[in-house]
Design a protein around this ligand. Structure first.
Ligand code: MF3
Ligand code: CO
Ligand code: CO
Length: 274
């Protein structure tokens, strides 16, 4: 397996792509309200990418081996949909929770891939906690990233946190290397054993994007060829950032004015006043 080491030009291009990807999520946030359709959210994101940013939506017509081309610009995964939900005429109602997953391609050909959870009106206690724990899982994984660490350290940390909360980790989908190619090596599993897997080196760029189910981890594939749901119909949540391995640790590439701050558990302890 070969994991590409990005050049300084690549890294600069990926910083721009990451910020633009995050800014699409900032832009769409106020539109996520009861009564809107997932298709309308897709149309708004698509127009913003093409007309305001001058980026291209990577999912549109994306067709990995064995898949039909993805028909929309973003993924909208509502409630028990784990990932790859296709936007359409579904009307969002109070209490729904969804993931919106955005990947832009910049004019230089770099991909900016990220996703967040959104609440439609007031979420249930379970939905709020599942989203929070999943957000912590992503950041606990990010916090393991530094040269010399191994991919299994990331997966183990995420799995431990999810399972301690009583939730389960989806196995069939993982984070991935990314650059001018949408999905490249390595596969970043969200479960595993510490000290196993590839060793991280400065200049690698990959996503961390845990999918966490409130119930069991098993999945169901829908006949549309894309939509993945929980087999037991339990809620599922996902957050995604794109991460650069730096000489000393990591840099999160998918940040913007509206990206939520890291959770307290990965922030350095506030200095105690003397
Ligand atoms: N953005 C997704 C990821 O995080 C991939 C979506 S592929 C699509 O890897 F075709 F469904 F859009
Ligand atoms: Co991704
Ligand atoms: Co994504």
């Amino acid at each position: 397996m070969t994991i590409s080491i990005k050049t300084l030009d690549d890294i600069e291009g990926m910083r721009v792509a990451g910020r633009l990807g995050a800014e699409v999520l900032d832009y769409i946030t106020p539109f996520v309200k009861p009564g809107v359709t997932t298709g309308e959210l897709d149309r708004l994101c698509h127009e913003y990418m093409v007309n305001v940013q001058g980026t291209i939506p990577a999912p549109l017509n994306y067709a990995p081996p064995g898949y039909t081309p993805f028909p929309k610009a973003v993924c909208t995964s509502v409630n028990d949909v784990i990932c790859h939900g296709i936007p359409g005429d579904k009307v969002l109602k109070n209490g729904d929770v969804l993931n919106i997953d955005v990947t832009v391609i910049t004019e230089d050909g770099y991909h900016g891939d990220n996703s967040r959870m959104f609440f439609v009106g007031e979420p249930s206690k379970l939905a709020r906690r599942l989203s929070e724990i999943t957000y912590e899982c992503m950041w606990i994984g990010i916090d393991k990233v530094k040269p010399g660490a191994r991919l299994g350290d990331i997966g183990y940390a995420i799995q431990k946190h999810a399972e301690a909360a009583g939730y389960s980790v989806v196995r069939e989908f993982c984070g991935h290397g990314i650059g001018k190619v949408f999905h490249e090596e390595p596969q970043v599993l969200h479960y595993g054993r510490p000290g196993t897997g590839e060793e991280l080196q400065a200049g690698m760029i990959f996503t961390i994007e845990p999918m966490i189910n409130a119930g069991r981890r098993e999945i169901r594939e829908m006949p549309d060829g894309w939509t993945i749901k929980t087999k037991d119909r339990s809620l599922s949540a996902q957050w995604e950032h794109m991460i650069l391995v730096t000489e000393t640790g990591y840099e999160v590439l998918t940040t913007s004015a509206g990206s939520p701050p890291p959770p307290a558990m990965v922030r350095p302890q506030d200095a105690v006043a003397a």
